[in-house]
Design a protein around this ligand. Structure first.
Ligand code: GLY
Length: 299
């Protein structure tokens, strides 16, 4: 089974002046994950590395560049799913961890639990040796201006980030990381760290990373819905398209997106928003990126 990887930078209304940078970011994240896969590395390492890059990139709503809550603070959520072992690690409301997806991985691999929140998650990070990163260091000028003026359109940083990979051992992993929605109430948690919503995987079917307005994704467990659309006669792209049709029956203003990989290595993507930067690798090993478009964006 050849390896595959697909990466997203968030379904949203992207300011056109940031589109080129948004594409470059997911392109580079895809390359970092792909470099691991072609060396025979694991899907978990690939999705973690891809998402770490986007967490450090100020353009995206994860890690540095996260949206601010009503107190002007960053609160971050993340989940990493290991489909092969049918397990996941998740964290929510962390304020002082540079790479939330790496903390989610340590929850998965180094604890007997699945999900840590708030101060307990930040405390766990210290116990595990993650350095303390002051909350202010996650705050970019663009997000601060947006917070002060309540002018969302000034910003280019609009997207949750995620990656799905299948390695040449047939192992599947999913990672999703976010700063949540702008001006959220302190303590609000969206879809991202919820297994079945912001990420889901079934080792017999495939894996998915979701993005968009968390309250729309989590009310309908969109990740789970998408994966259960895969069957003997469908692939990841058909399932993604069916999921877009489904969510549009639920919300006139559906603002969601997702990327998928099925166990045959097919890729899928959809977004009901104006854009969703995605990066992926074709069957010849060439890396591509686009601002979305579902199957057309993958063509
Ligand atoms: N999809 C990210 C959030 O709503 O928190």
């Amino acid at each position: 089974m050849p390896s595959v990887i697909i990466v997203h930078g968030g379904a949203a209304s992207w300011n056109p002046k940031f589109e080129e940078k948004a594409k470059q970011g997911v392109h580079q994240a895809t390359k970092l994950g792909w470099d691991i896969l072609v060396e025979g590395g694991s899907a978990i390492d690939a999705v973690e590395k891809a998402v770490n890059y986007l967490e450090d990139h100020p353009l995206y709503d994860a890690g540095v560049g996260s949206h601010l809550n009503q107190n002007g603070e960053v609160e971050m959520d993340a989940i990493l799913v290991d489909a092969t072992n049918e397990n996941y690690g998740a964290i929510a409301g962390v304020k002082t961890v540079q790479h939330p997806i790496s903390l989610a991985r340590r929850v998965l691999e180094d604890t007997s639990h699945c999900f840590f929140v708030g101060q307990g998650a930040d405390d766990l990070a210290r116990q595990l040796g993650f350095p303390h990163m002051p909350n202010i260091e996650f705050v970019t000028d663009v997000e601060l201006m947006s917070f002060r003026k309540h002018k969302v359109e000034e910003s280019g940083a609009t997207g949750t980030v995620g990656a799905v990979a299948l390695d040449d051992h047939g192992h599947l992993a999913v990672a999703t990381s976010t700063g949540g929605v702008r001006h959220k109430m302190p303590g609000r948690v969206g879809d991202t760290p919820i297994f079945g919503a912001g990420a889901y995987a079934d080792w017999m079917l495939g894996g998915v990373s979701s993005t968009g307005i968390g309250e729309q994704v989590m009310r309908y467990m969109l990740g789970h819905y998408a994966i259960t659309q895969i069957n003997d006669t469908t692939n990841a792209q058909v399932a993604a398209t069916k999921t877009a049709e489904f969510i549009r029956t639920k919300f006139d203003d559906a603002q969601v997106g997702l990327i998928m990989v099925d166990m045959n290595g097919n890729l899928g993507a959809m977004h009901t928003t104006q854009a969703m930067p995605i990066g992926w690798v074709d069957s010849d090993g060439n890396i591509h990126s686009s601002m979305g478009g579902g199957i057309n964006g993958l063509a």
